[in-house]
Design a protein around this ligand. Structure first.
Ligand SMILES: [Zn+2]
Ligand SMILES: [Zn+2]
Length: 135
């Protein structure tokens, strides 16, 4: 087991490599920041704002509803934690995930198919058929 130093609290923790990114913070910090992010969301929803950094807890200068971090460094930390957590919850699988077809594309494709079928019936290529229909 590899020991790493958490870049938030400075404590040593067991580094567990896993798919979807590396955990570069200790579990306690990841959990705390995620908790704070949830709280932030709730407070903002209710028209309030966070006056303390969700990462390090320092007061935020010029707080506003979008602000969650005291500095760009803490802002980056939030991004890293989010990616880490996403990777943990969505581990890459060997089998490909099914792609959901987008409705609009599906519609266009079926129309395209229809024309292609009609062209086939007339013994024309799709391009020739389209040109013919435009006349
Ligand atoms: Zn930590
Ligand atoms: Zn901070």
């Amino acid at each position: 087991m590899t020991k790493k130093v958490c870049s938030i609290c400075g404590k040593e923790y067991e580094f567990v490599p896993h798919t979807g990114g590396h955990v570069i913070f200790c579990n306690a910090c990841v959990k705390r920041v995620l908790d704070q992010l949830n709280k932030h969301e709730e407070i903002v929803k209710n028209g309030g704002m966070f006056t303390h950094c969700v990462v390090c807890g320092k007061p935020i200068k010029n707080p506003n509803p979008q602000r969650k971090a005291c500095s760009s460094r803490c802002g980056e930390t939030i991004g890293k934690i989010r990616r880490t957590e996403y990777g943990r919850q969505h581990p890459r699988k060997s089998t490909q995930t099914k792609k959901k077809p987008i409705k609009k594309d599906l519609h266009d494709n079926s129309r395209l198919d229809e024309k292609a079928r009609a062209a086939n019936k007339m013994g024309l290529s799709y391009g020739e058929y389209v040109a013919l229909m435009r006349r």
